[in-house]
Ligand binder design. Structure first.
Ligand code: GLA
Length: 333
């Protein structure tokens, strides 16, 4: 090699080394932005999912979670525009309305954003679940069945006369996970021997305490003959609305049993110094929902690993006034 060629190759090597160094250091500094969009940020359930999405981001190291509240369709579509503008690569979402599924996916695709759903599954134009979009959700039927089973057990424990007892089932059938939970609960009650004709369904207009309170009131006034009520509902707030309705109409906690679902949203009720009819709540795993969905999305974006289409999360713990602090602590909640 003559001197000139030697110099040339020396320059080439150093250029290579420098560009290599630049790309390595820019890679290390590059933060992947991922959105986490939830329909009801006021529910501790969703706050817990957010907290564990952040925990996953911290463990993964080079991720930033952009948390957004999306209470309606317009805010949802705007949020996706904003995410894309900020350079995000994908998002986890609990939609305010499952029917927005096709619109959300069309917008996400236009920006090449990856989507993982959590809790509530998208529906297509025909009203069928969009099974091609990955979903992480609680095992709805099973958790509902557990609610029905626990309600029946508590009724027996209290020695109630079945003939003087009825079920107030506050329903939200447009939301498939809600329908599956309440149907699971009712079927478990019937299977245990509760008379089907004493199970009264009342649909709620909104998935919050005021909506469920109205639905409960509307049904209670129609059945003045009932002495004891068991309350079925898709989550803590729905059951709490039912409990508030019984209280408003003069029922004592001794004559009411409600068991919620979510756990996280039952903490203030279970902390009350005076017992209410709300005896407990089934806590699934909002921590796992938040953590795992974030991790799956990250791996999909960074490593091209496609997540499974369906990840059901089961095995809820029954929180009661006695154990709820310890059980929540065990899960780091
Ligand atoms: C639905 C409910 C929430 C919570 C989640 C859990 O989204 O609205 O309260 O129960 O399911 O999957």
């Amino acid at each position: 090699m003559n001197k000139r060629n030697f110099l040339k190759s020396l320059i080439a090597v150093s250029v290579l080394a420098t560009t290599g160094a630049i790309s390595i250091s820019s890679q290390a500094a590059e933060i992947t932005k991922l959105g986490f969009l939830v329909k009801q940020p006021e529910e501790p359930w969703f706050q817990t999912e957010w907290a564990f999405a952040d925990k996953a981001a911290k463990d993964l190291g080079d991720v930033q979670i952009i948390k957004m509240a999306i209470p309606d369709g317009e805010k949802t579509l705007n949020a996706i525009d904003n995410l894309a503008a900020s350079g995000a690569k994908g998002f986890v979402i609990c939609t305010p309305d499952p029917k927005l599924g096709p619109a959300i996916m069309a917008k996400a695709r236009s920006y090449d954003l990856k989507v993982i759903t959590v809790d509530d599954q998208f529906l297509n134009a025909a009203g069928e679940p969009m099974t091609n979009v990955p979903i992480i959700m609680m095992a709805a039927t099973e958790i509902g069945e557990r609610q029905g089973f626990e309600l029946y057990k508590e009724m027996q424990k209290r020695g109630w006369n079945v003939n003087e007892t009825a079920v107030l089932a506050i329903t939200a059938d447009e939301l498939d996970t809600a329908r599956r939970r309440t149907e699971g609960s009712i079927s478990a009650l019937v299977k245990a021997g509760f008379p089907e004709k004493q199970i009264y369904k009342s649909p709620t207009k909104s998935n919050d305490i005021p909506g469920a309170l109205d639905a409960g009131n509307a049904m209670l006034v129609q059945h003045p003959e009932v002495k004891n009520w068991l309350i079925v509902g898709m989550n803590d707030n729905t059951v709490l609305g039912g409990i508030r309705a019984t209280e408003g109409q003069g029922f004592k906690p001794e004559n009411v049993v409600g068991i919620g679902i979510n756990g996280t949203d039952a903490v203030s009720e279970l902390s009350k110094p005076k017992k209410t009819g709300f005896v407990g709540s089934l806590l699934p795993s909002p921590d796992v929902h938040g953590y795992r969905s974030t991790e799956m999305l990250y791996k999909w974006v960074k490593e091209g690993i496609e997540p499974p289409k369906y990840t059901p999360i089961g095995d809820p713990v029954l929180l009661t006034r006695e154990n709820f602090k310890a059980e929540l602590e065990k899960k780091g909640l």
